[in-house]
Design a protein. Structure first.
Length: 187
């Protein structure tokens, strides 16, 4: 499985558009800046809703009002993050695929996604019972805390992708070689 994903990344790497994007003078920095700038919209609106669900801010604003006004912007920001992120991956597929930080980031993205599903499908379904309460129920506060922690992890691991501490082209301990999926030539 990991070898076929690696060969897929290598195939992407050989594509003219991937090479052009990677070697572009303006395009790559523009896409990366958009990836970073959109954090303000995506994570900024997400934090506002999570602070309300934690009961630490906007306590006199009904939860439904917060989610109703903020979530469309959060979703718009998320779509731009995923599109720009996929383009950043497409530009440097092999190094990114074998990046420990990128792999941790993907795991955190899945965890954040599961938490969003639980929030919307399990916790917010009986919101009418506590919509005006300054201190939402424990399940909502826990889910909001998990949301803040996982997205903080996505941001930090995203930032660390640029650093080559655990790159496969440097001597690495076995656990890094295993987790990053480095291919070690048998000498
Ligand atoms: C949706 C939530 C996401 C958030 C909050 C996020 C956040 C970040 C952050 C903060 C950085 C560091 C940017 C910098 O300082 O240079 C970053 C880099 C990166 N992200 Fe994302 N990201 C998200 C989704 C994605 C997705 C879905 C992908 C790919 C499938 C992706 C691929 C990348 C890559 C490849 C980099 C490294 C760029 C570089 O250092 O050259 N991101 N991300």
């Amino acid at each position: 499985m990991s070898l076929s994903l690696l060969s897929f990344a290598q195939w992407l790497d050989s594509q003219a558009w991937s090479i052009a994007l990677h070697e572009s003078f303006y395009m790559y920095p523009l896409i990366e800046s958009t990836h970073v700038l959109t954090l303000m919209l995506f994570v900024g609106t997400l934090i506002a809703v999570d602070l309300r669900l934690l009961g630490v801010a906007f306590r006199n604003v009904p939860v439904s009002e917060m989610t109703g006004r903020m979530l469309p912007w959060t979703v718009a920001g998320f779509v731009v993050m995923v599109i720009t992120g996929a383009l950043l991956f497409y530009a440097i597929p092999v190094r990114t695929y074998q990046s420990l930080w990128f792999r941790i980031k993907l795991v955190l993205l899945v965890a954040a996604g599961i938490n969003i599903w639980v929030m919307h499908r399990r916790i917010l379904t009986n919101r009418s019972a506590w919509d005006d309460s300054p201190r939402p129920p424990r399940s909502a506060r826990i889910s909001a805390a998990v949301s803040l922690a996982t997205w903080a992890g996505v941001i930090v691991t995203g930032r660390f992708i640029a650093y080559n501490w655990f790159d496969c082209d440097r001597p690495q301990p076995d656990w890094v070689i295993f987790l990053a999926g480095c291919v070690v030539d048998d000498v």
